[in-house]
Design a protein around this ligand. Structure first.
Ligand code: AKG
Ligand code: FE2
Length: 258
């Protein structure tokens, strides 16, 4: 399958209009081949096992007392250049206004069926932009208005809390994230909403009334869900969440750049 050419217009046409400014959704951001390549490149030794998901941080976990400092090092090529993900971000103009004009950090999350992440915000360690590439299974991201959940103030720059606590609040919106898609969250949505993933084995009640990006989904995905009575069974899902960490420290001996 040939991939679409991306431009800033692609991004503005991809805004999820029922949601507060701004979330953007682009299907088929990477190809099936690129998805398999990245999945087999994930270093098996880098996983941190949490209670309800696994996590790896590239190039490394944030350092410092407030866990908000990146020790300068490049992201691995399989996250930025092969496939050319950074070039596509540039074409879309995603990180154009962030501190370094490009992502310098990527948290990789892995969820088995029944796993999730509790509602949280990504915090002030980053420029307020996150670009999430989904691999593997389809999953629903729940969006809450800030203040709606009343819990989990995340320490900036740390990995978000584990998904072992369900919130009693219902999400205000739901975004479906099929494999190979891209979701972009920018300010003010970055700061005025929280997001989480329910720890269920099946996402249910999916349809035009309940999924905020329904109109932006591929026809094939909509048909499959409707044929399954609005149900989508979870399978292993991996997310690549690209961010621009504000504070970067050169590491002596690593040849890092500020
Ligand atoms: O897996 C996802 O799509 C969300 C992960 C997330 O919220 C995070 O890493 O901060
Ligand atoms: Fe997050």
């Amino acid at each position: 399958m040939s991939l679409a050419q991306f431009s800033p217009e692609t991004l503005s046409a991809a805004r999820i209009s029922p949601l507060p400014d701004s979330f953007f959704y682009i299907p088929n951001f990477i190809s099936g081949e690129e998805e398999s390549y990245i999945l087999q490149k994930l270093p098996a030794k880098s996983w941190h096992t949490l209670h309800h998901r696994r996590l790896q941080a590239h190039p490394s976990t944030l350092a410092g007392k407030s866990h908000d400092v990146l020790l300068a090092a490049p992201l691995p090529p399989w996250l930025v250049s092969t496939p050319p993900i950074l070039e596509r971000f540039k074409d879309l103009g995603i990180f154009i206004g962030t501190k370094h004009g490009a992502p310098n950090h990527c948290l990789v999350n892995e969820y088995k069926p029944g796993e999730g992440i509790m509602p949280h915000e990504d915090g002030g360690a980053y420029s307020p932009v996150v670009a999430t590439v989904s691999l593997g299974g389809m999953i629903v991201l729940d969006i809450y208005e800030k203040g709606q959940t009343g819990e989990d103030t995340q320490r900036p720059g740390t990995a978000p809390s584990d998904g072992d606590q369900r919130t009693s609040q219902k999400p205000k919106w739901r975004i479906l994230q099929p494999p190979r898609s891209l979701l972009v969250t920018v300010d003010p949505a970055y700061t005025c909403t929280k997001h989480g993933i329910d720890n269920v084995e099946v996402d249910e009640d999916l349809g035009p009334e309940t999924v905020a990006n329904w109109e932006l989904l591929e026809e094939e995905d909509r048909t499959t869900i409707q044929q399954n009575q609005g149900r989508s069974e979870r399978s292993l899902r991996v997310s690549l969440t690209y961010r621009d960490v504000l504070k970067v420290n050169a590491v002596v001996g690593l040849g890092g750049r500020r």
